[in-house]
Design a protein around this ligand. Structure first.
Ligand code: HEM
Length: 217
């Protein structure tokens, strides 16, 4: 995938990802409808587990012509950085994603790359915006630093106030992510935070809720 490629491989793989994103229409309505359907069954629930993680990936997968592979994408997303050694569950999930995408080629890698990149970052965007909206306390950007693979080394690059990055590796999905977040948040009107049950992801690179419980009314 583009994210951990360099030189001509990065340029070609990024162009493939961009052309796939160009083929995707406005995701706002689809994210709204998907969220509404899920929350209809709940009074009190954890937004991160039920909505912020599965809905963006499920909506994007459907727009890319794929089945709802959000559970497998979450497993792969937790394991795809070069410094992490993937376990058996992540490898099995990746195998199923490749099957869902048809073949182990660059097109499949581009599709999987989009879904994996969308997963935690868009969950963070939604979690932070919802928390700020319901609590009145600003949280800031969910992704604080990015990792690159340069000359075989893993390098951490601080994002310093540019939530979607900048330059030739800037996030190509910012418009899609914002549309997904807007649709999800519109569908969560009418919910409020339950008292004192927000916990935060413990990672130096991420600032986003791990658990964000809300209830109706
Ligand atoms: C639909 C949702 C999203 C998709 C499809 C997506 C897709 C991608 C892809 C394919 C890349 C790699 C680009 C490359 O290497 O040339 C990327 C990079 C990046 N994305 Fe996203 N993304 C999404 C959501 C987000 C969100 C919500 C954030 C943060 C608020 C974010 C922040 C970033 C950053 C900072 C990079 C740059 C990484 C670097 O410079 O090394 N993305 N994204």
């Amino acid at each position: 995938m583009a994210r951990f490629s360099n030189g001509p491989d990065h340029i070609r793989r990024r162009a493939l990802a961009l052309s796939l994103l160009d083929s995707v229409g406005d995701l706002r309505e689809a994210a709204f409808a998907r969220t509404r359907e899920i929350v209809a069954g709940f009074e009190t629930f954890d937004v991160m587990a039920e909505i912020a993680r599965p809905v963006p990936v499920g909506t994007l997968a459907s727009a890319l012509g794929l089945p709802d592979v959000s559970a497998d994408v979450a497993l792969v997303a937790a394991a795809y950085h070069p410094h992490v050694v993937p376990g058996a569950a992540a490898e099995a999930a990746l195998g199923r994603l490749i099957t869902a995408c048809g073949a182990a080629d660059e097109l499949a890698a581009a599709r999987i790359g989009l879904l994996v990149q969308a997963c935690d970052a868009t969950a963070g965007l939604i979690g932070n915006e919802l928390f700020a909206w319901l609590s009145g306390k600003a949280v800031g950007q969910p992704v604080l630093a990015t990792r690159r693979r340069i000359g075989g080394e893993d390098v951490t690059v601080p994002l310093a106030g540019t939530p979607f990055g900048a330059g030739p590796r800037a996030c190509p999905g910012s418009r899609h992510a914002n549309a997904l977040a807007t649709g999800v948040l519109a569908a969560l009107r009418g919910f409020r935070l339950t008292a004192g049950e927000t916990t935060w992801v413990s990672s130096p690179n991420l600032r986003m809720p791990a658990v964000l419980r809300v209830t109706r009314g």
